[in-house]
Write a protein that binds this ligand. Structure first.
Ligand code: CUA
Length: 326
């Protein structure tokens, strides 16, 4: 009864993490309510119990009580540490993206959400996903700061220009769920909404098949990235030894002239495309021009997908692209 009433106050729970977020929130509210009630009750009780009975009454002077001091320091410390532990646990799970799953690229733009599925299917303001599968969102913005918020999944994260942020969720219920932009981003901010449609896996496959057939076939992000790399003549240097080769570079550690090392991840590749000399790998000449203004954020994401797909083929330069993450 009371549980039902509480659940009606909250948005629908439709992801594997929703109960943990709600549980933590309700525990915090319950703890705060308990101490609020306790303090108010004690204020009233003490006011009555220790009131002044006649004009000349003097209160007894108390000069400290070690036991009490320890008690009211230790109890709150233990309580906040419990909340810290639970909060950190939820935070770590939510920020540990599943690897190699269903990866969707998200680009926020005044005022729409652009998605691309691992199979290459694109959508705007609508994202169809299969039920019970971990969906990993790799997000960036084309212009200003937006925020990707799906209340039913209890997920929210900023979408920031010049940076990649992520989110993941596993939908537990078929249905359509609101997607909001939760960061004021201009006049049409309130219209920057959409929906996440969760489908049975078989139905999702049927939907995807018919969508792809209707559009006459689509290329995977990796294939698009490879075509972009060819079109922009990346391989003129990156396949000839004048610049680091793509195969196997993603996830590897590179060293710069100043001796500092870095792992090649999405952010590093993006930086190298837009500002090639910012962190130049040791032993190479600063030959590469900047691609700022020539490639959109979406195109950069495709090129990164392509380079990522070459992760496990260190020997084969220009190796054929693996067909998505299916
Ligand atoms: Cu985008 Cu608000």
């Amino acid at each position: 009864m009371i549980q039902e009433w509480l659940m009606n106050l909250l948005p629908e729970q439709a992801s594997s993490m929703a109960w943990a977020v709600d549980g933590l929130m309700l525990l915090l509210v319950a703890t705060a309510a308990f101490f609020t009630a306790l303090i108010f009750t004690l204020v009233v009780v003490f006011t009555v119990r220790y009131r002044r009975n006649h004009a000349t009454e003097q209160p007894v002077q108390i000069h400290g009580h070690l036991g009490l001091e320890i008690f009211w320091s230790a109890v709150p410390t233990v309580i906040v540490l419990i909340f810290f532990g639970l909060g950190a646990w939820v935070y770590i799970i939510q920020n540990t993206a599943p690897t190699g799953g269903f990866e969707v690229s998200v680009v926020g733009k005044q005022w729409m959400w652009k998605f691309q599925h691992p199979d290459g299917k694109r959508e705007i303001n609508e994202l169809h996903v299969p039920l019970g599968q971990k969906v990993h969102l790799l997000m960036t913005s084309e212009d200003v700061i937006h925020s990707f918020f799906v209340p039913a999944f209890r997920i929210k994260n900023d979408v920031i220009p010049g940076r990649y942020t992520q989110l993941w969720f596993e939908a537990t219920k078929v249905g359509a769920y609101h997607l909001f932009c939760a960061e004021y981003c201009g006049t049409q901010h309130s219209g920057m909404i959409g929906k996440i449609v969760v489908m049975e896996p078989a139905e999702y496959q049927r939907w995807l098949g018919s969508e792809i057939a209707a559009s006459g076939g689509v290329k995977t992000p990796q294939e698009e990235g490879r075509l972009l790399a060819e079109k922009n003549a990346c391989l003129t240097c990156h396949a000839t030894g004048r610049a680091p080769a793509f195969p196997g570079i993603y996830g590897s550690t590179v060293q710069f002239e100043n001796g500092i090392q870095a792992v090649v991840d999405d952010a590093y590749i993006r930086e190298s495309i837009l500002d090639p000399t910012a962190r130049l790998v040791a032993g190479y000449q600063p030959l590469m021009p900047t691609y700022t203004g020539q490639l959109s954020e979406e195109e950069i994401m495709r090129i990164i997908s392509y380079i990522k797909s070459l992760k496990n083929v260190p020997d084969a330069a220009n190796a054929p692209v693996a067909g998505g993450a299916r």
